[in-house]
Design a protein around this ligand. Structure first.
Ligand SMILES: *Cc1c(COP(=O)(O)O)cnc(C)c1O
Length: 377
């Protein structure tokens, strides 16, 4: 057994875990002035930091070889399982700058638990949750200088895991590569549009009962891209998926959950039935809404009812949510049978209030009664 083998039961406590990551610093990191120029307007997912985390798994050695190294191309065999059978999962989370200059993650143990559930669904070997959180913590400590000091700026963390066994056979891989990369980001939607337009696809579905809809896997995105392209062709920003059986019940966007606000002040979001990705932003907003004394229902909502309610004025606001885009108002929905707008077509009062409450909490400018912030620095 190699000395640096890492098992769930043998992991040391938080305080002493950090040294398990061997740090091999980048030989030629991006100079500070160049970095600062990149952070003025980083966009989303284009500016990457100097380092990454990697950890390997093999049946013989377990999880081993945890390190922080220069971010660089992977050397990969052309017969690696992931390239042929798409055994891949990922997470998306952000590190925020705190008012005192420190940095924090938001509910990272939720990401760790979801990553484990995604691994189980994709027949991959789960990474111990404490090791997941520590890997992200270690990278944020290394790369904190890459958090942009702009409005809405954050360090976006992308943990992911791929099947790395060299074998062309249909079975779960016996080897895995886990990695975390980091990207300095600004706002997700360019142009800071006040509200987005959704294309309601009646042609494609995202997830079926028994499928992988609740797992955060690249395959779900691969199969949703054609619908996203259909949305773009129809002049829309994002695609809204309906359920795969009746093609009637609203599920979610390609990478965001959805909420509705009614004229009586109540809020609704589709329930987690196995085909919807259980968003951590979704879960947090449900709690925040209830904290504010708002009525929040997790209930199925049909697209024809949504349209009727938008037209009657019963439905007054809608918004999409996720780590990347935070809370984004939905102004208009377009579908084969025509378009309809929701409320004023711009950001509504409740959407704005929930969005601000979440942002204040994530950035450490509001109290944190649920203990969601995990300071890393
Ligand atoms: C990641 C993701 C979300 C949002 O999840 P958060 O934890 O809130 O970032 C929603 N839907 C899909 C399909 C996703 O992949």
């Amino acid at each position: 057994m190699p000395q640096n083998r890492l098992d769930a039961h043998s992991l040391p406590s938080d305080e002493t875990l950090a040294p398990v990551f061997a740090i091999e610093p980048h030989a030629t990191p991006i100079p500070l002035d160049e970095r600062n120029a990149m952070l003025v307007d980083p966009g989303f997912g284009r500016v990457f930091t100097d380092h990454m985390v990697t950890i390997r798994y093999s049946e013989r050695d377990g999880w081993h070889d945890a390190k922080i190294v220069a971010r660089a191309p992977f050397q990969m065999d052309s017969a690696s399982a992931v390239l042929h059978y798409a055994q891949e999962i990922f997470e998306g989370m952000k590190a925020y700058r705190l008012p005192d200059g420190g940095a924090a993650l938001f509910r990272p143990y939720e990401n760790a638990a979801r990553f484990r559930r995604s691994a189980e669904r994709m027949a991959m070997v789960p990474l111990p949750e404490e090791l997941f959180v520590e890997s992200v913590r270690a990278l944020v400590r290394q790369e904190a200088g890459w958090i942009p000091e702009i409005d809405g700026g954050a360090l976006y963390l992308r943990p992911f895991m791929i099947a790395s066994e060299v074998f062309l056979g249909v079975k779960p891989s016996a080897e895995y590569l886990y990695a975390v990369i980091a990207s300095s980001v600004g706002a997700y939607f360019k142009g800071n549009a006040p509200a987005v337009t959704l294309w309601v696809t009646q042609e494609y579905t995202r997830a079926a009962p028994g499928g992988t809809g609740a797992a955060k896997c690249g395959g779900n995105y691969a199969s949703s891209l054609i619908a996203q392209a259909e949305a773009t062709r129809n002049g829309c920003d994002q695609v809204l998926f309906l359920d795969a059986i009746e093609r009637r019940w609203i599920e979610e966007l390609g990478g965001m959950n959805i909420f509705f606000v009614f004229d009586d002040g109540s809020i609704a979001t589709p329930p987690l039935t196995g085909t919807i990705l259980p968003g951590i932003t979704r879960d947090s907003l449900i709690t925040l809404a209830r904290d504010m004394g708002l009525e929040l229902r997790e209930e199925p909502y049909a697209i024809d009812q949504c349209r009727a309610d938008a037209e009657s004025g019963r439905l007054v606001e809608a918004f999409a949510c996720g780590t990347a885009a935070v809370v984004t108002p939905i102004g208009t929905m377009k579908m084969r049978d025509g378009d309809f707008s929701i409320g004023s077509g711009g950001p509504g009062q409740t959407t704005t209030r929930l969005r601000q409450a979440l942002i204040d909490l994530q950035r450490g400018t509001a109290p944190d009664p649920h203990g969601w912030l995990e300071r890393v620095l």
